[in-house]
Design a protein around this ligand. Structure first.
Ligand SMILES: Nc1nc2c(ncn2[C@@H]2O[C@H](COP(=O)(O)OP(=O)(O)OP(=O)(O)O)[C@@H](O)[C@H]2O)c(=O)[nH]1
Ligand SMILES: [Mg+2]
Length: 444
């Protein structure tokens, strides 16, 4: 066990019907046992079974007359340590008082993600699984949730460990050639080693290709609607959200500030934004709104340039701005006027016509550089950087082995092994752990 202190935190969001206070560490049972009193003492309750009791402060003042307690002795617990969870009544106060009482028994308040960090340090999960816990909690779509679930089940970790194993085997072979150069041992054929490493490189490249999906699902891309006043931008936002979020009127210049809302289209979590109409003139407020619209559009992952079918398209060109993402040209109000333009997607927010075509275009733009989506796993930026490092090192190692430069090959193979080890946490620096777990919420 890695920790000698006992940590506690409220693990549920405030305001629900039930609050869970979680305690982990060597004194979890002892400290909770001072506060929780059932028919039997806490230590005598059956492990991993909820038991009803009452919760009081260290001084015996009642906190909750009906509090369920469950003890999960290590190592078969989330953290691998002795864990106790107290389920008390919800609302703002019970859990707060329970936490105060636990601090008085000598527990320490857990840092964000500290339970999961202990689980990792105690070998209950690898680093990709620990990261998946945060992804699962933060998932913005079902696809993101399922991806996090597969990572939590260990799918990414397994693939990395298998690569780590292959490269380590070659490294062992190369090292023994260095250690016993005179002996004519039963050496493995260099060609065979090079083939093995080539397969590793292919697999590394495959994993790197999943990066886009990882970013899309974890990040929530930004989709910004811009266009001339009155084109129907706010109407489109409301239609996509299925509720009247933004004010719609027939007065041009209705929307002043940007309006943002989360949205899922075809499994893709998006941050949708409506903006002020773009035109010359307008008052100070409208001008400020247009500046904001431009900033948002230029920074967006995806932009919809929405124009009005009742006006000539030539009068509504896409502004010559510095867009970072791709721009979809969409013509609205096709119920009022026919449009014949091969470049623009025709829709009518009023009748709902053309919406599927718009969804298709959004989906296509998001997955632009990928043919098939929904891989088993999808790597995040941290993984991708290490995969690239490993890939480069393996490529160099193959060349060295080809030249029979065993010493140099060993250096490159060690670099590759270390990089792969840092993905799963087999070898990892404390500052990396700090960066990963600080993103967690308290109580997880
Ligand atoms: N006929 C028809 N009218 C529409 C359609 N979409 C929006 N409108 C109408 O167009 C007018 C302007 O709609 P808004 O959504 O406020 O337009 P906007 O682009 O947000 O306008 P600003 O905020 O002023 O830039 C409203 O009267 C809407 O009812 C459509 O598909 N067909
Ligand atoms: Mg508007």
């Amino acid at each position: 066990m890695v920790a000698d202190d006992t940590i506690c935190a409220i693990s549920t969001a405030l305001g629900g019907a039930v609050s869970i206070v979680r305690v982990s560490g060597p004194d979890a049972e002892k400290n909770c046992g001072r506060l929780w009193h059932g028919r039997a003492s806490l230590g005598e309750t059956r492990a991993r079974e909820l038991t009803l009791g009452r919760l009081s402060s260290v001084d015996g003042e009642l906190i909750d007359p009906q509090c369920l307690a469950v003890r999960m002795p290590g190592p078969h617990s989330y953290t691998g340590e002795d864990v106790v969870e107290l389920q008390c009544h919800g609302g703002a106060l019970c859990a707060r008082l329970a936490l105060d009482a636990l601090l008085k028994t000598g527990c320490r308040l857990a840092e964000p993600g500290e339970f999961t960090k202990r689980a990792f340090l105690n070998g209950r999960m690898d680093l990709t699984q620990a990261e998946a816990v945060a992804d699962l909690i933060g998932a913005g779509s079902e696809a993101a949730l399922r991806l996090a679930g597969r990572h939590l089940a260990g799918r990414l970790g397994e693939r990395i460990r298998s690569l780590h194993g292959t490269v380590s085997d070659v490294l062992a072979e190369v090292t023994s050639r260095l250690d016993f150069p005179e002996e004519e041992l039963d050496w493995r054929d260099p060609k065979d080693m090079m083939d093995g490493l080539a397969a590793v490189r292919t697999e590394l490249a495959e994993l790197l290709r999943t990066r886009r999906e990882g970013e899309v699902l974890r990040g929530g891309l930004s989709l910004v609607i811009i266009g001339p006043p009155n084109a129907g931008k706010s109407s489109l936002l409301n239609h996509l959200l299925g509720r009247n979020r933004a004010i719609v009127t027939d007065i041009p210049g209705t929307t002043r500030d940007t309006i943002e809302a989360p949205l899922v289209i075809r499994g893709i979590p998006l941050r949708l934004m409506d903006t002020a109409g773009i035109r010359d003139g307008g008052d100070v407020v409208e001008q400020a709104g247009m500046t904001r619209a431009r900033e948002c559009a230029e920074a967006a992952d995806l932009v919809i340039w929405l124009v009005d079918a009742t006006r000539p398209l030539s009068e509504q060109p896409v502004p010559a701005w510095d867009f970072r993402g791709s721009v979809l040209r969409v013509v609205n109000k096709t119920d009022l006027a026919e449009v014949a333009s091969p470049e623009a997607i025709p829709i009518s927010v009023k009748t709902g016509d053309g919406m599927e075509g718009l969804y298709d275009a959004i989906e296509k733009a998001v997955w632009a550089d990928r043919t098939e989506k929904h891989d088993d796993v999808a790597v995040a930026a941290r993984h991708a950087a290490l995969l690239e490092e490993a890939g480069d090192a393996v490529r160099r190692a193959v060349e060295r082995i080809g030249e029979e430069s065993w010493e140099l090959a060993a250096v490159d193979l060690r670099t590759a092994v270390a990089a792969l080890g840092r993905i799963t946490g087999q070898s990892v620096e404390p500052d990396v752990l700090g960066a990963i777990f600080s993103k967690f919420c308290i109580g997880k």
